[in-house]
Design a protein around this ligand. Structure first.
Ligand code: PNS
Length: 173
């Protein structure tokens, strides 16, 4: 029987509870799910390095036996073919996500018609959640409970404390 291998690509900077909700849903549907961290130059300098993001994602998915975590550079469709994947998983939170996701899915289909994009919706309670909002809240020391796992919250606090320390260390003339 044909195995369905899906890639769940994204920036995951950092992984949120919304991403994890989608991973849990996806791994029930597909034989294998590869969570693939992409370098996305459109989003500017990331907060966490690819290695840091991989470590957090691996820790959060360690109990899911058909889920692996990887990273890639370049075209998603090239990566899908390298991995023998036949599906791409993307989350749609609200109508506002749809236009961009549709454009990406149709362009990916044009590049590689053998790979199908599958959209899933995270739980409603995560429909307003994004990595960007999480980074913003964390940068001001705001509450992150329920938005990210404890490990990610701890890494965010540490990252912004390091940034703050680096600013205060700049010698004044
Ligand atoms: O989490 P994000 O940043 O919304 O994910 C976007 C991502 C990484 C999935 C998208 O930018 C992507 O697929 N990048 C790889 C390069 C590529 O294939 N671009 C053409 C897409 S039509």
């Amino acid at each position: 029987m044909k195995q369905i291998v899906a890639i769940y690509p994204g920036s995951f900077d950092p992984v949120t509870n919304g991403h994890l909700d989608l991973i849990h849903r996806g791994c029930k549907l597909f034989d294998r799910l590869i969570v693939a961290i992409a370098y996305n130059p459109d989003k500017g300098d990331p907060l966490f390095s690819i290695e840091e993001r991989m470590e957090m994602l691996r820790a959060m998915t360690a109990d899911l036996e058909n889920v692996t975590v990887d990273a890639f550079e370049g075209l998603l469709m090239t990566y899908c073919i390298q991995k023998n994947a036949n599906a791409v998983l993307r989350g749609i939170r609200a109508v506002s996500d749809y236009e961009f996701e549709l454009q990406m899915a149709l362009m990916n289909r044009k590049i590689e018609p053998r790979v199908e994009t599958v959209f899933m919706m995270p739980a409603e309670k995560y429909s307003y959640l994004s990595s960007k909002i999480v980074r913003d809240i964390a940068s001001f020391g705001g509450p992150l409970t329920g938005l990210v796992p404890e490990l990610v919250e701890e890494r965010l606090r540490r990252k912004f404390a390091q940034k703050q320390a680096a600013i205060t260390e700049i010698p004044t003339k």
